[in-house]
Design a binder for this molecule. Sequence first.
Ligand code: ADP
Length: 401
Amino acid sequence: MSSLPVLVLNSGSSSIKFAMYEASDGQRTKIFEGAVDGIGTDNGKFWIKDDAGNKLVDQTPALPNRSVAFSMVADVLHSGQFPAPKAIGHRTVCGGPTVRDNQLITPKLIDEIESYAALAPLHTPIAVYIMRESLRLFPGIPNFAVLDTYFHRTMPEVVTRMPIPDEYAKMGVRRYGYHGISYESIIYQLQPNIPEKLIVAHLGNGASITAIRNGESLDTSMGLTPTGGIISGSRTGDIDPGVVIFILKKIAETTPDATAAADKLETVFSKKSGLLGVSGLSNDMRDLREAIKDGNDQARLAVDKFTGTIAKWIGSFYAELGGLDMLVFTGGIGENDIASRAEICSGLAALGIIVDPEKNNVRGEAVISADGSKVKVRVIPPAEDLMIVNHVVRLLNNQGE
Ligand code: ADP
């Protein structure tokens, strides 16, 4: 295969991140990465840097909307300053119940994904917008959807089924699971020595944890949406349905329209809860660690809730896997927050999980378990963009068959 420039697009509510790789036989080289950040503000950021960290573009444009933001990305890629992409991979959080495989994006596929937007209202509208714009602005270039749910396709029905009436299950309400591209990238990096019984904790702004048997997802904490599972930056995680009903009724006192009330409820559960909600301070672990140093009890409570919940999930996945060979931490907190890793593992010695404080005193890739720990504990940064490139190359090769 000659060298193929592959663009990776990863769009969120206020940013579009992108990266360009050269893919050739077995080789993947990152050429540059960049982002348009602060969409919806007058003082956005638009930057591109090469793999050595040199800034190639560094601007502070007004970014009134997503259209302006994405046009900037397209313009710079068409300018001749950089290699033009020959294929594009879109990180796609959720394709709904019918779009389960990574595949070529067509207008029909976008419509299909959009028809289930109600199942992932915070992610799907953004994803389908960027897909349509990408087909329009990069005509003739194959675009592929690479799904965060794809890795979890191996979960058994007893895990994916929600305990709700069939009528709703048939509408696609089920456990999908997220962060799948990150989990796949951990398996990819562990090759060829993939442990039989593995738990990976992806702890970033959004946080989830997955039980993996022989490299395949067995169970995961996130459910229908990324709001489920363990608590994270500003999301509740799993919560007693009674709390949902109580807060919804409170909101309905001032917002009688049911859809408007549900939207407000969604904001409470996905943007105002979790570490932010409990601490009343921040969704960012670094801020909370600083506040704890200053004696802030609410910050301490929020972090204890976070680490304690993760420890409980590790315990339940241990039972589900029937033991454990390896525990991997990844994501911004998993890679960098030494104290979180120590606190999560502090009560897990009975499961054979013992972290060595000195080995744990690192940021980034490391083995942090003590010599006598039955379970190996590792820190591995995710390589999501690389996984997306791998899927794009595989799908392109399949197309040619
Ligand atoms: P996202 O889910 O948005 O990709 P990240 O994986 O970048 O998020 O993780 C963001 C989280 O990582 C934040 O809570 C942040 O505080 C935390 N984090 C990043 N660097 C550090 C650090 N040096 N120490 C502690 N926490 C950190």
